[in-house]
Design a protein around this ligand. Structure first.
Ligand code: 6GU
Length: 248
């Protein structure tokens, strides 16, 4: 997969050189190019923003440098139908399903928004997608772009060591993850649940499934309505509800 990022802060993207993402780049699984938006300006001051038509506070990012940057990327990459993603708090809310969809693409171009906003013609005439990473406001789209790249790249086969760990992780099935423990068996008065030390694989599987359901019910009940629940899951949820009622 090829990923191009267009930003006024190219130096903010060093995290993409580290750890799993750094290894995926070194292995040639993903080819990431960072572009300075100012390199696509034509004036002496390399201007990327201007006053808003209609007045009001703050500056608006000019459209021409974004169009010039994408056109230069397309001339170089010659890919068919890249996804061109504008990061903006007004976008579609990013989630695991969107990450999966983007992970199947050959080419992503991410445009990082800033200031009060980006001239609407970038959304209308250039971007194929507008994405937000959550209901809060960041000073710029750089962190959002890195969140999207991280979530997408780890889904590409070969990037994360064990395929199984990607398949089983939180949200891949629409539930929160179960609790994890490692040694020691007791730490500061907190004991590892006995079943995990038992070596009884079926009992461990059942415990993990039930605890994933318990956490989802308590912390994110909204996820349960959309999850694919089995008969066993429904029985576990009944048990959990009964246990909760007994505790009060
Ligand atoms: Cl994509 N950009 C900015 N500036 N703020 C955000 C965001 C994006 N997603 C959530 N907040």
């Amino acid at each position: 997969m090829r990923i191009d990022i267009v930003t006024i802060f190219p130096e903010a993207f060093t995290p993409l050189e580290l750890s799993i993402l750094g290894r995926a780049r070194a292995a040639g699984i993903v080819d990431i190019h960072i572009h300075n938006l100012r390199d696509f300006t034509t004036d002496r001051h390399r201007t990327v923003d201007d006053y808003p038509y209609g007045g009001g506070a703050g500056m608006v990012m000019k459209p021409e440098p974004f169009f010039a940057a994408v056109e230069a990327i397309l001339r170089e990459a010659r890919t068919e139908r890249p996804r061109i993603i504008l990061t903006t708090p007004q976008g579609r809310l990013f989630n695991q399903a969107i990450a999966r969809e983007l992970a199947s693409c050959d080419h992503l171009i991410l445009l990082c928004g800033h200031y009060e906003g980006v001239d609407e013609r970038v959304a209308l005439g250039l971007a194929t997608d507008e994405i937000s990473i959550g209901d809060y406001v960041l000073t710029g789209g750089e962190l959002a772009a890195m969140v999207i790249v991280d979530a997408v790249v780890r889904l590409i086969p070969g990037v994360v060591g064990e395929e199984e760990s990607v398949r089983q992780d939180s949200f891949s099935e629409g539930l929160l993850d179960y609790p994890h423990y490692t040694r020691p068996p007791e730490f500061r008065g907190m004991r590892v649940p006995e079943v995990l030390l038992s070596g009884h694989h079926e009992a461990i599987r059942r415990w993990r499934r039930k605890e994933a359901l318990r956490r989802t019910l308590l912390r994110r009940p909204d996820l349960l309505n959309r999850a694919n629940l089995t008969e066993e899951d429904r029985r576990f949820l009944e048990e959990i509800r009964r246990e909760l009622a007994e505790d009060t």
